[in-house]
Design a binder for this molecule. Structure first.
Ligand SMILES: Cc1cc2nc3c(=O)[nH]c(=O)nc-3n(C[C@H](O)[C@H](O)[C@H](O)COP(=O)(O)OP(=O)(O)OC[C@H]3O[C@@H](n4cnc5c(N)ncnc54)[C@H](O)[C@@H]3O)c2cc1C
Length: 581
């Protein structure tokens, strides 16, 4: 009998709360191992922040790299992480991740609709650190034709407006490069014209883009796999409280449009509700400079998973090096009056742009990781002042590489100047005044930067000194792909403030993704994956893809553990019933 006030009752083996990478990975894995799985999603649309993401997954030793001839043993990424993570390095959890990540990739590509492409040329962020990889440690979901989802396409979250072109997702690598070079190469033009032409047809027929790439391809492929395996996907159904039997978690109550539904889950519950990027109270407690903070995560990621865990004795680990996965963000005034948030991922690395504070001074190697740019900004701005910086370049730079959401030639920049998104000056001093930057400071900085940049050097911050820097630069710019002078006006600038892809601080778990209580013991039946779980990277950002790689991997670990799996199906010819414990 349902409890009082509860209008429905469902029985299953595993309940997954949240439909991003962490949740869907757990759901598909458990369903493939023959569990009856229900996914509860708070929103009408499935996919969470994962559907808005770049989709890269850091998965060292993955089979795609091996097939491409990149052979390394586990010691290399472990050494790298030991150095980068410092005193936040948790050997047991890092090893669990490194051992399971390649198996996770092999599992999905062998048994499900989730197929991958390799990031063979993507280096780790800190190339100077022992064990750093120079390529092959990342994978991304292969592009997916949304028509493969059938009716499920209508329940798939739409991609992020700011990072798409009229709703079309563009993938880092050859795809993006083609769009950046449409006016330079006939091949690039043909590729871009073909993609865009098809997109226009999709918009006319389906009212949305159907060539899914990046994070939305990952979600699309996971949803196809989940549907194939009979996973029940319940949208508009937030989990509001966990059910316990003795000390064990055995389900949750969902608030659905039809009333509260009690879901009994005999093997337990996976929390994968996307962390707390929109929980102002917890952010205020844990984030530096919260007032200026602009998160890029979906609005429904309000910290429910952490609260649900805490209500049954789970602990939030607030000791990480940083509580969030930072990214510099600019505010975009759209013509319809709404304000967008643009993540500055690509242009900071190109030759001919610098980042400066209100004093006009540079403060970091702008081509380093997005997380590092924000960390440097937080360190450099004196307390009590607004944490902000300006990316400064020439008009020629903007036309070549783009600046924030203002895309390069042949797309017009005028609307962004008129809206005030891009500030303009005929001289550096005029630009500084338009931004509210100290004009003398900026003139001095640009003169000093240019003196060395003409020789391709950056003695102040070493732009172009790491493989990561160089991979994001422009190989045609010699001698340094990341350094060029800023000389001929007009000059452009855009203001950026601290933002985040999501949160790093989260629920404490063990190597099996089980949520731990105050005494460090696993709470029976309760798992966490994705950003609900305290990041295995300890609040550091050693490489692109360190959110989704662990989200997919610990989701996979949780799904297997809940199914009682004791052997790896990819190690031999074991069938799914043979690997069951
Ligand atoms: C622009 C952008 C680019 C990015 N690129 C990358 C990248 O390339 N690589 C990388 O590693 N990371 C990237 N990230 C970060 C990455 O996307 C996130 O860390 C990741 O998607 C989080 O996955 P998740 O499964 O934890 O949560 P999500 O994908 O956010 O899913 C959580 C889901 O839970 C739902 N939910 C919330 N509360 C409840 C509740 N009470 N009941 C039921 N459901 C609930 C939410 O609605 C949401 O759908 C990027 C982020 C952004 C914004």
């Amino acid at each position: 009998m349902p409890a009082e006030g509860v209008s429905g009752h469902i029985n299953c083996d595993l309940l997954v709360i949240g439909s991003g990478a962490g949740g869907l990975s757990a759901a598909v894995t458990a369903a493939w191992h023959e569990l009856k799985v229900v996914v509860a999603e708070k929103e009408p649309a499935l996919g969470g922040t994962t559907a808005w993401s770049g989709g890269w997954m850091w998965t060292p030793l993955n089979p795609l790299a091996r097939r491409a001839g990149i052979i390394e043993d586990l010691e290399a990424p472990r050494t790298y992480l030991r150095h980068v993570l410092g005193n936040t390095f948790n050997e047991v959890k890092v090893d669990a991740f490194l051992e399971a990540a390649p198996r996770m990739v092999a599992f999905f590509e062998t048994h499900t609709a989730l197929q991958f492409e390799a990031g063979l040329k993507i280096p780790d962020t800190y190339g100077q650190v022992p064990g750093a990889g120079t390529g092959g440690r990342s994978v991304i979901a292969a592009p997916y034709d949304g028509r493969g989802l059938g009716d499920l396409i209508h329940r798939l979250r739409r991609p992020m407006r700011e990072t798409t072109f009229m709703g079309m997702t563009i993938q880092a690598g050859p795809d993006l490069s083609a769009f950046m070079n449409v006016t330079r190469s006939p091949r690039a033009f043909i590729h871009a014209a073909h993609r865009f032409g098809r997109h226009l047809i999709d918009l006319a027929v389906y009212r949305r883009g159907m060539q899914l790439r990046n994070g939305i391809a990952l979600v699309g492929r996971l949803l196809r796999s989940a549907a194939d395996l009979g996973v029940e996907l319940r949208t508009s159904s937030p989990a509001v409280r966990l059910l316990q039997d003795g000390g064990a978690v055995c389900g949750a109550v969902l608030r659905t449009p039809e009333g509260e539904v009690e879901v009994r889950a005999h093997r337990g519950v996976v929390l994968a509700a996307g962390g707390f990027p929109h929980d102002r109270a917890r952010r205020r407690a844990l984030f530096p400079a919260d007032e200026e903070h602009l998160t890029l995560a979906v609005p429904s990621a309000t910290g429910d998973g952490l609260r649900l865990a805490e209500a049954v004795g789970g602990q939030v680990d607030a000791t990480l090096a940083a509580p969030g996965a930072w990214c510099p963000v600019s505010l975009v005034p759209f013509p319809d009056g709404t304000i967008g948030r643009f993540p500055h991922i690509i242009e900071r690395n190109k030759p001919g742009i610098i980042g400066v504070l209100a004093t006009g001074r540079r403060f970091c190697n702008e081509g380093n990781g997005y997380h590092d740019y924000v960390e440097a900004m937080l360190r450099a701005v004196p307390s009590g002042q607004e944490v902000a910086s300006w990316l400064v370049c020439t008009r020629a730079f903007q036309r070549r590489y783009g600046l924030g959401i203002a895309r390069p030639t042949p797309l017009p920049v005028g609307p962004y100047i008129r809206s005030g998104y891009i500030k303009v000056g005929r001289t550096i001093a005029e630009l500084a005044r338009a931004c509210g930057i100290d004009p003398d400071g900026l003139e001095r900085t640009v003169a000093e930067y240019n003196r060395h940049a003409r020789k391709g050097e950056d003695p102040a911050f070493g732009r172009g000194s790491t493989p990561y820097n160089r991979a994001g630069g422009d190989p045609a710019n010699r001698p340094n792909p990341c350094v060029a002078p800023i000389e001929r006006g007009p000059f452009y600038a855009v203001k950026v403030v601290p933002g985040s892809f999501g949160t790093f601080a989260g629920v404490k778990t063990d190597a099996n993704a089980r949520v731990l209580d105050a005494g460090g013991a696993p709470i029976p039946g309760l798992y966490a994956a994705g950003t609900d779980m305290a990041s295995v990277m300890g609040g550091h950002y050693p490489a692109g893809g360190i959110n989704l790689g662990p989200a997919m991997t610990f989701g996979y670990i949780a799904g297997r553990h809940a199914a009682g799996v004791t052997a790896y199906e990819t190690d031999g010819q074991a069938t799914r019933s043979e690997v069951r414990g």
